[in-house]
Design a protein around this ligand. Sequence first.
Ligand SMILES: C[S@@+](CC[C@H](N)C(=O)[O-])C[C@H]1O[C@@H](n2cnc3c(N)ncnc32)[C@H](O)[C@@H]1O
Length: 171
Amino acid sequence: MFLWLLVANVNVPSHAWVLPKPSKSKYPGSFPLHFEQRLLKLLQLNEHAAIIQPFGGKAELGVKVDLARTVKPTIIADAHCLPLKDEAADLVILDPPYSNGYSTSLYSIKQQLSMKRYLTEALRVLKPGGFLVFYHLYPIPRPKNCSLHCRILLQTRIYHKLRWVGIFKKA
Ligand SMILES: C[S@@+](CC[C@H](N)C(=O)[O-])C[C@H]1O[C@@H](n2cnc3c(N)ncnc32)[C@H](O)[C@@H]1O
C-alpha cells in the first residue's frame, strides 16, 4: 500500500480540465483550445517566459521545433537532437506522437521515437527550476533530477481518450 502511494505520487496536486473544442489549427493531435494559455496561468508564467516545444506542430507559444516543414516551425530539427543551448528555457512542452505508427501515418515522419533521448534533450535545454510538461495518453515516471510538480487530467471531445499531462520541475 505504502509503495503504491509512493509510485502514484498521490499527494501531488491534480487538476481536471475540460477543454472540449479542438484548436483553431485543426492539426492532427493539436492541443485543445486555450490549453497553452491555461498552462501558463497555472504555472504563473507570463508571455516573456522562454518556451520550447520540441514537437511543435501548430502550437501557438514559444520556439516550435518540428521535422515537418509543412507546419512552418521556428526551427526544422529533430526533438532528439535540439540545436539549442543548454538551460535556455523556463518551460519545455513535449507533445510527441503517441507511437511510431502515428508518426508515420499522421505526420509522414520516419524518425523512430526514443522517449529516453527526447526527454534527455528536453531536460538539457531546460533551466534549473524550470518546468517540463509531458502531454500523453499515460503517466510516465519522474525523470532524473525532477520532481512531479502537478498533473492535469484532461478531457477533450466525446469519444476521445483522456490525456495525462505531467508537469515536472527540474531541480
Ligand atoms: C502531436 S503533434 C504536436 C501538436 C502540437 N502540440 C499542436 O498543438 O499543434 C506531434 C508533432 O511532432 C512532430 N514530430 C514527430 N517526430 C518528430 C521528431 N523526431 N522531431 C521533431 N518533431 C517531430 C510531428 O511532425 C508533429 O507535428
